[in-house]
Design a protein around this ligand. Structure first.
Ligand code: PLP
Length: 402
């Protein structure tokens, strides 16, 4: 017998605020699955769960890199050919004042490093509400309180400029834009980007522009990068292979830093310090970056065709269903309908899994204006699967809220 007994190890108090609703529902689904039910997962934005495949030439590029012995560490900011390809891509996006590019293990790591390199205790960063919960999780990890600005449902989920300006304090260091947006599917207008850039100039903010879905614009109009609209403003544009290039499991993301060298240079030294401290991103997978960005883009035509048809089906269902209404998504593969129900949306979502075995994510998991309720749908499944899911949700709404 040891002389002293071991005691419980408690996690850091700052983790209290770390929530990731998209995966936190998994235990409710596991319970239903154990009872023999097949769960329809409309909760995770992974195209590979459905009828989408990573382009073969990208797989071949990684395979070749592994066979060629590229299995050691890479330079901290990424391999040369990938960095050149990302600079080329930045140019095609209209970004002219590139100061640095770097490769990370998914955009998740780009966010982690870029935020950690900027924020001191007491600083704050404006993040959208609703938001993709990675941002609030990283801020919680850094011990930085939330300062959220609203996206305006009545304005097609565009950022609420008045709210942004009201929330800026002397300690606000930057603003996060998610464009195209997760969870709303909205795409920022160029007028909106110009106005946000003007606020960034006036208040000396860094813009973090998460453009991981920039090639998944469903309608015709092209995506506009804020860094192209505002070449003088310090911007870090995030991109990666997870969504546009259908390889989320490879964990490949990148950052493109732009603006004036004299303004952003010192900050980028901080970013590079952190890039070196974590050694490097996944090495063989970096060989897919040039293949993806400079190789055939044919898969995107097919992806957008599928997304358009599935988005239209989703919007149609929302229009026809009592208690549900939705701003039509214009990019990515998410819809964020509002629901008029007499109980919290978390209860709605949990009971929907238990009773109909359809998994969506509650709006309170992303944040929403007080007094409103929503849920997020991932409309990646094929039309037949989506129609079955919507029929089950409709039935649930009628039965529960008659
Ligand atoms: N940013 C947004 C807006 C996302 O929706 C996601 C994933 O769903 C990520 C970042 C994470 O991307 P990655 O797979 O490159 O880490």
């Amino acid at each position: 017998m040891p002389l002293t007994q071991v005691r419980e190890i408690t996690p850091a108090a700052r983790l209290e605020n770390v929530r990731y609703a998209i995966r936190d529902l998994a235990c409710v689904a596991d319970e239903a699955a154990k009872q023999g039910h097949k769960i329809l997962p409309l909760n995770i934005g992974d195209p590979l769960n459905f009828d989408f495949q990573t382009p073969a030439h990208m797989i071949e590029a990684v395979h070749k890199a592994m066979r060629d012995g590229k299995n050691g560490y890479s330079p901290s900011s990424g391999i040369k050919e990938a960095l050149e390809a990302i600079r080329g891509e930045a140019g095609r996006k209209g970004i002219t004042t590139i100061q640095d590019v770097f490769v990370t293990s998914g955009v998740s790591e780009t966010v982690d490093i870029c935020l950690a390199a900027l924020l001191n205790p007491g600083d704050n960063l404006l993040t959208p509400c609703p938001d993709y919960p990675l941002y609030s999780a990283v801020l919680a990890k850094l011990g930085i309180g939330l300062n959220t600005y609203y996206l305006n449902e009545d304005d097609g989920w565009q950022p609420d400029l008045g709210d942004i300006e009201r929330k800026i304090t002397s300690r606000t260091r930057g603003i996060v834009l998610i464009n195209p947006n997760n969870p709303t599917g909205a795409v920022c207008t160029s007028a909106m980007l110009e106005q946000i850039a003007e606020l960034a100039r006036r208040y000396n903010l860094v813009i973090f522009s998460d453009e991981i879905y920039d090639k998944l614009i469903i309608d015709e109009d092209p995506h506009i990068a804020v860094a192209a609209v505002a070449p003088d403003v310090p911007v870090v544009t995030f991109g990666g292979l997870s969504k546009n290039y259908l390889a989320p499991g490879w964990r490949v993301g990148w950052g493109i830093a732009s603006g004036e060298a004299s303004v952003i240079g010192a900050y980028l030294e901080g970013v590079n310090k952190l890039l070196r401290a974590r050694i490097c991103a996944n090495h063989p997978e970096q060989y897919a970056i040039k293949a993806a960005l400079e190789g055939p883009q044919g898969h995107l035509v097919e992806v957008r065709r599928k997304l358009r048809s599935r988005r239209d089906l989703t919007v149609q269902w929302c229009r026809e269903t009592a208690r549900v209404s939705c701003v039509a998504p214009r990019g990515a593969f998410y819809a964020y309908p509002s629901i008029d129900i007499p109980e919290p949306d978390e209860v709605f979502v949990t009971e929907l899994i238990r009773q109909k075995h359809v998994m969506v994510v509650h709006g309170s998991g992303f944040g929403q204006r007080i007094g409103t309720q929503h849920f997020r749908i991932v409309f990646l499944p094929d039309e037949k699967t989506l129609a079955a899911a919507y029929s089950a949700i409709g039935e649930f709404l009628r039965e529960r809220y008659a």
